[in-house]
Design a protein. Sequence first.
Length: 226
Amino acid sequence: MMIQRERTSPDISEFLRYLASHPEAENSLPTLNELSRELGISVAGLREQLEVARALGLVEVRPRTGTRRLAYSFAPAVKQSLAYALALSQTHFNKYSELRVHIETAYWDEAVTLLTGEDKRELENIITLAFDKLHGNPIQVPNEEHRRMHLLIYSRLNNPFVTGLLEAYWEAYESVGLNMYAGGMDYLEKVWGYHKVIVESICSGNYAAGRKALVAHIDLFAHRPL
């Protein structure tokens, strides 16, 4: 005889449970006093739960329009935790960077096949802008283009956990100062040479070559001159 186990709901606050079960919360939420009566908790306790939801990027609070539920994103929660980890020790960035490498390589095939023609044109535009900066006068490090290129490649996965982890990586990348790292023109030319191959491979449909260039580019970063 098979014993059925009772399913338990996730251990979340009353306010988060309310958010998850009321679709109309996307438009607006009742006042704190109304919610307090409905949920059976104090206004002070509800305000604390609201602040947690706000920190996690689950709600938006505006003075005139009130509070509403936001579309779910994993990134705010990861960014908060990762920022704390980096405050403890910046060596945590290296571990998180390893995770990012595994994510990008594991999801490569799925991600690139989902890209649209518009996405590919945007990738080509990013490469053009990056080289314009590198070869301009004065020379500029294409930090924003670097971030945009990588995030765009994985943007069609429709997986908030993957995109959230990657978004958090780029926030951390900037917070530890790697966006300010130049490494000399030779290094930057090599990095963007790989980026160009990655994008050209995606646009031509040669995804295996693109993945190979991605791995080589990551290896170059791991052994960058200090």
